[in-house]
Design a protein around this ligand. Structure first.
Ligand SMILES: *Cc1c(COP(=O)(O)O)cnc(C)c1O
Length: 362
């Protein structure tokens, strides 16, 4: 050995590739690659962020007390069982570090969020993927992959990039089939967008069990991805473990202030949801008319099938020339698809127009 080497798991990680945010030679772009919330942040959150500027020499409140209290009030949850993080990404990472190690297995779904296997490899654990059916998490396939080495099961509900969701009953069946020492992580980053009466974000199951946690984010409907802010609801014993492992000042001061203000701006959140309720079905219908395969979605994005990897790549390049940035999802094993965030009326109109011109250009 002539130089330091990271432990073997690290070199197995295929680095996460974030959505693109620029196109060479195109000045004005519409970024539809990271599901960031069509209406941007609440003006009240922006105000709170600006007001924090004069206090930037101060360390943030290490316990995010006001923010946790605000989340607790908003969702009717006990703040003692809430932890905040620098994005839900940080919390997902903390969970894996706390409950998984070398030789352990982290189970996720075939097209599940890529940060799950990345986090597993990061601690020397083995990520195990269960096959999906029709771009949906398959509860039976997941349970069939559980072994005595399984420590964590991660399910994004709704899932990114597919947009599909598990019903409350399906999540319950998944939980019922797991040994009690396996932690079920329900990543509900898009929960605020879901309007289905057979959906439950995970709160009820966290309350009913000792081995379930739910993560949430301010990056999607609240439009605060740039500030890095997420939270988690969990049993007391998990909260205890998290409070030991968490960095003492993991959530910055401006993020805490903006988060409190964003929660209070109900009108902005309602408007964001209404925008999605209107333009998600519209774009889905239009793209289907063009002969594409938009998969059913309850999030703020569409996974669109183009029939082949070549066609998906060509559509990506075509949209990019129009200044529209979709997300290529070959890294998720979906090279024949693109993921497109639902934007404003003008933005979804531009997506339809661009893909309609591509269809006639062929
Ligand atoms: C966007 C996203 C997250 C990450 O959110 P942050 O809070 O910004 O870290 C987590 N899970 C899923 C499924 C996501 O799509």
């Amino acid at each position: 050995m002539t130089r330091p080497t990271p432990h073997p798991g690290i070199m197995k990680i295929a680095p996460y590739v974030p959505g693109k945010d620029s196109v060479e030679g195109v000045a004005k772009v519409v970024k539809l690659s990271s599901n960031e919330g069509a209406l941007g942040p609440s003006p009240k959150a922006m105000e709170a962020y600006a007001s924090a500027a004069a206090e930037l020499h101060r360390y943030p409140d290490g316990g995010s007390e006001k923010l946790r209290a605000a989340i607790g009030r908003h969702y009717g949850l006990s703040p003692s069982r809430i932890a905040c993080g620098a994005g839900s990404d940080e919390l997902l990472n903390l969970l894996v570090r706390a409950y998984c190690g070398p030789g352990d297995e982290l189970l996720y779904s075939q097209y599940g969020f890529l940060m799950y296997p990345i986090n597993a490899l990061g601690v020397g654990a083995t990520p195990v993927a269960a096959p999906e059916k029709d771009y949906r998490t398959d509860v039976d396939a997941m349970l069939a992959k559980v072994t005595d080495r399984t420590r964590i099961v991660c399910v994004a509900n709704p899932n990114n990039p597919t947009g599909s969701y598990l019903t409350k009953d399906e999540v319950k069946r998944l939980h019922d089939g797991l040994p009690k020492n396996v932690l079920l992580v329900i990543d509900a980053a898009y929960a605020e967008y879901v309007a289905r009466n057979d959906y439950e974000s995970g709160v009820d199951l966290v309350d009913a069990a000792e081995n379930v946690v739910m993560t949430r984010t301010f990056s999607k409907i609240y439009g605060l991805g740039g500030l890095r802010l997420g939270w988690m609801y969990m049993p007391e014993h998990v909260a205890d473990a998290m409070s030991r492992l968490r960095q003492p000042f993991n959530v910055n001061l401006a993020a805490q202030a903006a988060g409190v203000a964003a929660l209070a701006d109900l009108a902005h959140t309602d408007a964001s949801r209404a925008n999605n309720d209107r333009w998600l079905p519209w774009l889905s219908g239009e793209l289907a008319q063009l002969g594409l395969q938009p998969r059913p979605s309850v999030g703020n994005f569409l996974l669109v099938g183009f029939g082949s990897p070549d066609r998906a790549t060509a559509a990506n390049d075509w949209m990019m020339k129009d200044g529209l940035i979709p997300r290529m999802v070959a890294g998720y094993g979906l090279p024949d698809h693109l993921r497109i965030t639902i934007g404003t009326e003008e933005e979804v109109g531009a997506v339809r127009a661009s893909l309609a011109r591509l269809a006639t250009a062929k």
